[in-house]
Ligand binder design. Structure first.
Ligand SMILES: [Zn+2]
Length: 92
């Protein structure tokens, strides 16, 4: 009652930002990728509203990693980021 609840749609960032935002919260982004995410957050209400969701997810992943339940995402994750980046460039 009177409490605002976010729906799934409210929490969704732009499709091309999903991987980037999660990497950004990991502190895994540097240089232009990091700059781009931070700039995009400032200009995109949709992605900004998704940050709490990502933070929650990030926290969960950290807990799982602590228990050793998460596979090493290092290289694979970077490949995904670069792929998302390339796809984004192609669409512009
Ligand atoms: Zn966005």
């Amino acid at each position: 009652m009177g409490m605002h609840r976010l729906t799934e749609d409210d929490k969704k960032p732009c499709p091309h930002m999903r991987t980037l935002v999660s990497a950004w919260l990991d502190g895994a982004l540097t240089g232009i990728a990091k700059w781009y995410v931070e700039w995009h957050m400032k200009t995109c209400p949709q992605c900004r509203s998704a940050v709490p969701f990502f933070r929650g997810m990030h926290h969960r992943l950290e807990e799982l990693a602590h228990k050793g339940d998460v596979p090493n995402l290092g290289e694979e994750r970077w490949e995904k980021i670069e792929k998302a980046w390339a796809e984004m460039d192609q669409k512009r």
